[in-house]
Design a protein around this ligand. Structure first.
Ligand SMILES: C[S@@+](CC[C@H](N)C(=O)[O-])C[C@H]1O[C@@H](n2cnc3c(N)ncnc32)[C@H](O)[C@@H]1O
Length: 411
């Protein structure tokens, strides 16, 4: 887990560009909120740039390390760490600047609308700014035989061993793969796919049509996606494969089987995204060839891919998406319900534990396990207002009492 954040700290281009953006902004007397603060890096940049107050929002426990870093660097007074999910977080005041880099390699992830654009409505002043200001998505066809061979290797191997992998192919080639590519693998001039001003956009989802001319014969294995973050006017951070790879790398959308493109062929691409539990990508590629004397080009090949096919699910789990599904609590659900009911009745943690042991004694055999269940159920669901017994700090005690760690709520 920490490795994930240290990988970000190794990304000089990303850090340098965001730091420069903060330096260019005059944040004196301004309030800032960061969505997904991780180790707090951007919150610290905001303090260094003069921000008066910074709300650093992060649902995961890495926030504890961010808080330690803030103390060690003398910024703790100005930063309020809020351990909550950005989808439901509220702050004591609207802010002047909202910053985030919680993006996938091709920008969009399943909760962009709720986490990023939804936050804007709740947290940002009407006159406030977004950093980055704008995101522009690009795409180009790529030829990457070695990587494609790697992708195919398990399929080839099981085929040799007598297993027919056909039912798995749409799954394997049905989702974008995140990895660093090189500009030498691009086989056509990139095209702009979509552009999103974060201050105004109402959704990150889009559909786009692009057309690429392949200038030289090439085997086309997929489409590569990346973005330019227009941090501020004239300051761009890009994960284009021509630059040293950022922590984001790029998104590879496979084309299976690959297309044998002749010089002058055109690839018409339609790309669309749909919100679901996970983001659904659909991409369709038509390969067109013009021949002398023909009135219009002929379609040489068509490939359709859909990341819905790449979701591992059973018919039963799909059934659970239906509107007529009536969910029934299992044993763990009944335990959760009992814990939440104990909270609703204002019970102290110890009393809830005793109730759990009395009601679910065959599963909750000892107190230590009861505490684990309590903590799991209450994680991110309790308010510091509920703390009891003269405790003056909401942070979990070493004995495991469940709590939140939102400094904002404790002010
Ligand atoms: C790319 S990292 C940010 C790293 C940070 N800027 C740093 O330099 O350490 C994105 C962060 O967003 C957080 N995140 C994910 N989902 C979130 C949500 N729903 N609300 C708030 N933060 C979220 C992740 O836990 C992660 O720490």
């Amino acid at each position: 887990m920490l490795e994930y954040y240290l990988r970000m700290w190794q990304d000089e281009r990303r850090l340098g560009a965001f730091r420069e953006a903060f330096q260019r902004l005059d944040l004196r007397g301004q309030t800032v909120a960061e969505i997904g603060t991780g180790l707090g890096t951007f919150a610290f940049f905001a303090c260094a740039a003069g921000a008066e107050r910074v709300y650093a929002i992060e649902p995961h426990d890495v926030i504890g390390k961010a808080r330690e870093l803030a103390r060690a660097n003398g910024w703790a007074e100005r930063i309020t760490f809020v351990q909550e999910d950005a989808r439901s977080v509220r702050l004591p005041e609207p802010v002047d600047l909202l910053v985030t880099e919680h993006f996938d390699p091709f920008f969009l992830h399943a909760s962009v609308d709720e986490v990023i654009l939804g936050c804007r409505e709740r947290l940002l002043k009407p006159t406030g700014k977004f950093l980055p200001e704008e995101v522009v998505l690009f795409m180009a066809p790529v030829s990457t035989p070695e990587f494609y061979a790697e992708l195919e290797r398990p399929v080839r191997l099981v085929s040799k061993l007598g297993i027919e992998p056909q039912p798995l192919l749409a799954t394997i080639y049905g989702k974008p793969i995140y990895r660093a590519f090189s500009a030498a693998e691009l086989v056509a001039t990139p095209g702009e796919v979509h552009r999103l001003r974060l201050r105004e956009a109402t959704t990150g989802h889009f559909s786009a049509s692009l057309s690429f001319e392949v200038p030289r014969a090439a085997e086309v294995h997929g489409l590569l996606g990346w973005f330019d973050l227009r941090l501020l006017e004239g300051l761009v951070l890009s994960n284009h494969p021509q630059f040293t790879a950022t922590a984001w790398q790029q998104a590879f959308f496979p084309i299976s089987p690959p297309l044998a493109a002749a010089a002058g062929d055109r690839l018409h691409v339609e790309l669309a995204t749909f919100p679901w539990i996970d983001i659904i990508w659909k991409w369709r590629v038509r390969q067109l060839r013009s021949s002398d004397g023909a009135a219009s080009p002929t379609v040489v090949a068509v490939r359709n891919h859909d990341s819905f096919a790449s979701i591992l699910c059973t018919e039963e789990s799909l059934g659970r998406q239906g509107d007529d599904w009536r969910p029934l609590l299992n044993e763990r659900g009944r335990i959760d319900a009992a814990v939440l009911d104990g909270c609703r009745r204002g019970l102290a943690a110890q009393a809830i534990i005793e109730e759990l042991r009395a009601s679910f004694g065959d599963i909750v055999r000892d107190e230590a396990y009861a505490r684990v269940l309590l903590a799991e159920t209450l994680r991110h669901r309790v308010d510091v207002a509920g703390r009891s017994g003269g405790g003056d700090h909401p942070t979990a005690s070493r004995s495991g009492t469940p709590t939140t760690t939102s400094d904002a709520a404790s002010r």
